[in-house]
Design a protein around this ligand. Structure first.
Ligand SMILES: C[S@@+](CC[C@H](N)C(=O)[O-])C[C@H]1O[C@@H](n2cnc3c(N)ncnc32)[C@H](O)[C@@H]1O
Ligand code: SF4
Length: 384
């Protein structure tokens, strides 16, 4: 039997945990430090990559993703030595996607050419807002002008360019987001990630919100309208959503995103990086220490992984459902094993289908556009 991970392919996630400052909404594993010993980090990444290459050799890499934190703060030479270590360990597919997340400050824009020369062929730029007042409220260190310049430069240098915007922000109106999104679509990238602002516990926004001091957040009704309008405008511009928050011209979807949502295998290297690896048909979840200093010392001592847990068949199936339902194309029912054969699951699928929240077609199930807004509730119901 063909191992299921092959439906998603194989990739590598590299986590760079440092940022110039901490944005008030962000709960990613990101840290602000005054000094980074790049040489030590290089040694640690290379050691981990070769450890994994000896454990899962003979795989073809479809995607490498440098995420963060702010990987555009890495020196291009460090990105290059990591990519060299990866290509020493595995073969890269002809059209491997090599993405790096970049912040649009001038310091980082000046390094775009260096990242390209190092082997990066796709950048994902964190623009977040196309209005300077909101950029300040979001704690960003760049202006709209710099963001435009970053997109223009990136389009000159890289084959593929995406950028992120956050909407449903404080005091944002329907008309305001409509105008901003139209401006964003006019920039002509083939991929856009459009996230509704989430207030995360443990962040500065989370604390302000709990104290009743985060004013002007949209009502649930306005958020739903903003989401629906986002789908309409992006579809009309030829970049329909292929996942809840991700939009692309057909064929320009992020291969790394698709690898996650199709439950491929991936190696996770760096502080807080997660991985999924299949050995002889048994799938394992891997985790690493969250704190940069802990991960660094573990990796330099020969093992940067802190947890390797075997997933049960039920956990695997549930993960395929949770990931697959995020995608517009849904998930193949025959990947859902015994879950799909259970009578109560079929009843729930029918009920949700009758409510217009789910569809079933050509051996796949997926969530309709009205269901997507309440995906978590649908998953809770299906997995109860
Ligand atoms: C790893 S983060 C950021 C990468 C890069 N450091 C940056 O700031 O551009 C990836 C994306 O998640 C989104 N994001 C992070 N926190 C969010 C939140 N609380 N609500 C909505 N989107 C969020 C942002 O759009 C961000 O660009
Ligand atoms: S949004 Fe990006 S720059 Fe801001 S703290 Fe998070 S990872 Fe760092």
């Amino acid at each position: 039997m063909i191992e299921d991970w092959r439906q998603g392919g194989f990739g590598i996630y590299i986590h760079w945990p440092f940022c110039q400052s901490k944005c008030p909404y962000c709960d990613f594993n990101s840290h602000v430090v005054s000094d980074v010993d790049f040489h030590q980090w290089e040694q640690a990444f290379i050691a981990e990559i070769s450890r994994y290459a000896s454990q899962v050799p003979d795989r073809i890499i479809n995607s490498v993703f440098f995420g963060g934190g702010t990987p555009s703060l890495m020196p291009p030479a460090l990105v290059k030595s990591i990519l060299t270590a990866i290509s020493n360990g595995w073969n890269l597919s002809n059209n491997a996607e090599i993405t790096l997340e970049a912040n649009p400050t001038s310091f980082e824009i000046n390094k775009f050419r260096g990242f390209f020369d190092a082997g990066v062929n796709r950048v994902s730029i964190g623009v977040q807002a196309l209005n300077d007042i909101d950029l300040i409220a979001l704690g960003r260190l760049h202006s709209v002008k710099e963001a435009y310049y970053a997109i223009e430069k990136a389009q000159e240098i890289f084959e593929r360019v995406s950028f992120d915007l956050i909407y449903a922000r404080q005091h944002q109106t329907f008309g305001g987001w409509q105008a901003e999104l139209s401006q964003a679509l006019a920039l002509g990238t083939d991929h856009l990630s459009l996230y509704q602002l989430t207030i995360e516990d443990g962040t500065a926004f989370g604390r302000r919100h709990a104290a009743g001091r985060l004013k002007g957040l949209p009502s649930d009704e306005l958020s739903a309208d903003l989401y629906a309008m986002t789908q309409e405008l992006t579809r009309a511009a030829g970049l329909p959503n292929y996942e809840i928050s991700n939009h692309a011209r057909p064929g320009s979807e992020s291969r790394h995103n698709l690898l996650y949502w199709n439950c491929g295998d991936y190696v996770g290297v760096g502080p807080g990086a997660h991985g999924r690896l299949t050995f002889s048909d048994q799938r394992f979840a891997t985790e690493t220490a969250l704190m940069p200093a802990d991960w660094l010392s573990n990796a330099l001592s020969g093992d940067g992984e802190s947890i390797r847990a075997r997933l049960s068949t039920t956990e695997e199936t549930e993960e395929r459902l949770m990931m697959g339902l995020r995608l517009s194309e849904g998930v193949a029912i025959d990947r859902l094993g015994t879950l799909s054969q259970s009578p109560s699951f079929s009843i729930k699928i029918n009920d949700l289908g009758n409510m217009g929240l789910l569809w079933m077609k050509g051996g796949r199930i997926g969530v309709s556009s009205s269901g997507r807004i309440i995906l978590n509730a649908i998953l809770r119901e299906l997995l109860a």
